[in-house]
Design a protein around this ligand. Structure first.
Ligand code: IMP
Ligand code: ZN
Length: 346
């Protein structure tokens, strides 16, 4: 896979033996969004088919999004990133297109002679479209994912921050029922526009998820505009893992350290969305200093043009392109990711 940007710059400085080390080290990818991880060639193929379908009309939004994705990340700020998804969604709105997307994403992480990771927890938001309901959406993704062994892949059902009570009820009921049927759902996530929605709604739903034995991970404190009150409320729901957790205050950090909540770190995502100004100032360093659990993840390899090996290269490369960690330190971080898989806790 060809990558660009900070991860590629770091990877390019590594020796063949360092790259070999990164590839051989068992790693778990715990934070990857399905619709943000579709390989660009497949998305282009889906767009061409969409446009040539009988009665199809030229959609300038799809063309613009594909052009932006082809040109590579040039985001002024994090909200620009969310504007890309409506066009992607228009192309993955049938069971057939979604199945192809899921197959391609799973292969991008788990396929090939030297897979990106030993284990993938793929997450996705169940979406109702004219061609499928939320149950059919999850059934389609699970059929693709369950072709891999339980030791290789699990599904996290994402709740979008914009969801109201009805959608939350449907998604949580589906996640719990699928789990009870022995399907490969391992956890529930909260994602979406970091400033949208009412987080007070979530408590009872997450309690049901936890009672069903599923893991909980929450995107939290992604922007400076997320309030300390909201962050404390989300932490009070008792998630085992946190996505980004970029802007925690002292009270929140103390809780996270006490409860040993694993931080899912997405270095390129944070740098390209400009929520973190440089690798050197990234909050990963504060967690590494106190040996707090972190897991290195890609978030969305489609817009961010990265890979899991690229993200690990950002740890190993010498400063300033990387954090200049030793192979022993990187191996320890990789082991932390393996020990924070939800599937392990089930
Ligand atoms: P999906 O859940 O498979 O449709 O993946 C795309 C969705 O993931 C987007 O619509 C967002 O809701 C969510 N997402 C992707 N990256 C981020 C992030 O960094 N923060 C919050 N939500 C995200
Ligand atoms: Zn994310």
């Amino acid at each position: 896979m060809q990558i660009f940007g900070p991860a590629a710059d770091a990877l390019n400085t590594l020796t063949p033996s360092q790259i070999d080390f990164l590839e051989r080290t068992p790693k778990a990818e715990l934070h990857a969004h399905l619709n943000g991880s579709i390989p660009l060639p497949l998305l282009q193929e889906l767009a061409a088919e969409h446009l040539s379908a009988p009665g199809a009309q030229e959609d300038p939004a799809i063309r613009a999004a594909l052009e932006a994705l082809r040109a590579g990340p040039a985001l002024a700020e994090i909200h620009d990133f969310f504007h890309l998804f409506p066009a992607i969604y228009a192309l993955t709105s049938t069971p057939r297109a979604l199945a192809r997307a899921a197959d391609a994403v799973l292969a991008a992480f788990l396929g090939g002679a030297r897979p990106q990771c030993a284990y993938l927890e793929l997450r996705t938001t169940p979406r109702a479209t004219p061609a499928m309901d939320r149950a059919a959406y999850l059934a389609t993704v699970l059929s693709a994912l369950e072709r891999y062994a339980p030791a290789q892949a699990g599904l996290i059902v994402s709740l979008d921050r914009r969801m109201g009570a009805e959608a939350l009820e449907e998604c949580v009921a589906l996640a719990c029922a699928l789990r009870a049927q022995g399907r490969r759902v391992v956890g529930v996530d909260l994602c979406g526009d970091p400033l949208a929605g009412d987080m007070a709604l979530l408590g009872p739903y997450l309690a049901r998820v936890q009672a069903a034995g599923l893991g909980v991970t929450l995107h939290i404190a992604e922007t400076t505009e997320n309030t300390p009150e909201e962050t404390l409320q989300l932490l009070s729901y008792g998630p085992q893992r946190l996505g980004h957790a970029t802007f925690l205050d002292a009270e929140a950090i103390a809780l996270v350290l006490e409860k040993k909540m694993c931080i899912e770190i997405c270095l390129s995502s944070n740098i390209l969305c400009k929520t973190v100004s440089s690798l050197e100032s990234h909050h990963i360093s504060q967690y590494l200093t106190c040996d707090h659990p972190v897991s290195i993840c890609t978030d969305d390899i489609l817009p961010f043009r990265t890979s899991l090996i690229g993200e690990y290269a950002l740890l190993l490369a010498a400063k300033p392109l990387g954090l200049g960690l030793s192979e022993a330190q990187v191996a320890r971080i990789a082991a932390m990711s393996m020990s924070h898989r939800f599937s392990q806790e089930l």
